[in-house]
Design a protein around this ligand. Structure first.
Ligand SMILES: C[S@@+](CC[C@H](N)C(=O)[O-])C[C@H]1O[C@@H](n2cnc3c(N)ncnc32)[C@H](O)[C@@H]1O
Length: 285
């Protein structure tokens, strides 16, 4: 991996999460969590908390690990998913992120929930994991691999730290081939990836992540498109984002309203993207 490219990308990721709009949006609208919700039944699109919990429970189900198993949450943010898996699935979760202010919150919230003995949080980049070989039963990413400068290098690291038979789960975005979407959708996707520092999302044309996961040495790779499960939240973000995005564009500062822009553009260009769950296993030796 080219360190210059990588550190340049990490700086962009940090800048994106450090924006006032990102801090306010994630903290006050999603309570510090930074992933989409899972909607089924008659859940209102505004029931964010319940939808977020359901998405976390879907992750626990896909990991399928027994209580006490050790898992790595790569790109853990403020640790909402880690706490959910520790408290509701009994897992021991090691979270890792590049944002020190997120990790402070993760530790405080884990302590407040009495989960210190089942969670730990480390500052670091998932391209270079500071953990020994075969030290986890499971590794997951929740909406963060799209930020990677070099997803191949990240997947090799995940393979290294997983024990044989260990489970890998990704909840990530992909997109259809450029020629299968409208020209305006391709432009919108490129804009969102650039402003939200998500270079790997552009790389993740349908099927590409599966191939990268296989190339990293995993077997039993399956991907499920669950876009319809999270669409109600995209619709809610569209409604909330229309006015701020309009203002951002009017004053020529779209980068200051990048989350509003993403909500609006994702809703208006649904042919440009999908939301998928990929699961795989590290083969037994
Ligand atoms: C959309 S947020 C998701 C956070 C968390 N998984 C959740 O669901 O709430 C993506 C997170 O990945 C982190 N991240 C991005 N690139 C990273 C890297 N190279 N190493 C570690 N964390 C990274 C970001 O700092 C951010 O906290």
């Amino acid at each position: 991996m080219n360190d210059d490219v990588d550190s340049g990308n990490l700086a962009k990721v940090r800048r994106y999460y450090d924006r006032t709009e990102s801090r306010l949006g994630y903290n006050y609208i999603l309570g510090g969590t930074k992933h989409f919700g899972w909607y089924d039944g008659r859940l209102s699109m505004w029931s964010f908390r319940r939808a977020l919990e359901r998405m976390e429970d879907e992750l626990a189900r896909r990991l399928g690990l027994p209580s006490g198993a050790k898992v790595l949450d790569a790109g853990c943010g403020t640790g909402a998913v880690a706490r959910a898996l520790a408290s509701r699935a009994g897992l021991h979760v090691t979270g890792m992120d590049i944002l020190d202010w997120n990790l402070r919150m993760a530790r405080e919230r884990a302590a407040a929930a009495g989960l210190q003995d089942r969670t730990e949080f480390h500052l670091g980049d998932y391209h270079k994991l500071p953990f020994p070989d075969e030290s986890f039963d499971g590794v997951y990413t929740m909406e963060t691999l799209v930020h990677a400068a070099d997803p191949t290098a990240v997947l090799k690291e995940f393979h290294r730290v997983l024990r044989p038979g260990g489970r890998l789960v990704h909840f990530e975005y992909a997109h259809p081939p450029q020629n299968a979407m409208r020209a305006s959708s391709w432009i919108a996707l490129q804009d969102v990836c650039r402003l939200a520092a998500m270079p790997a999302w552009l790389e993740f044309e349908d099927g590409v992540l599966d191939e990268l996961v296989k190339a990293a040495g995993f077997t039993g790779v399956t991907t499920e498109d669950v876009t319809r499960r999270m669409m109600p939240m995209v619709r809610a973000f569209y409604i909330m984002g229309v006015f701020p995005y309009f203002v951002g564009r009017a004053i020529g500062k779209v980068e200051k309203t990048v989350n509003a822009m993403s909500g609006v553009e994702m809703f208006q260009h649904q042919d440009a993207w999908s939301y998928n769950i990929t699961v795989a296993t590290k083969p037994e030796a």
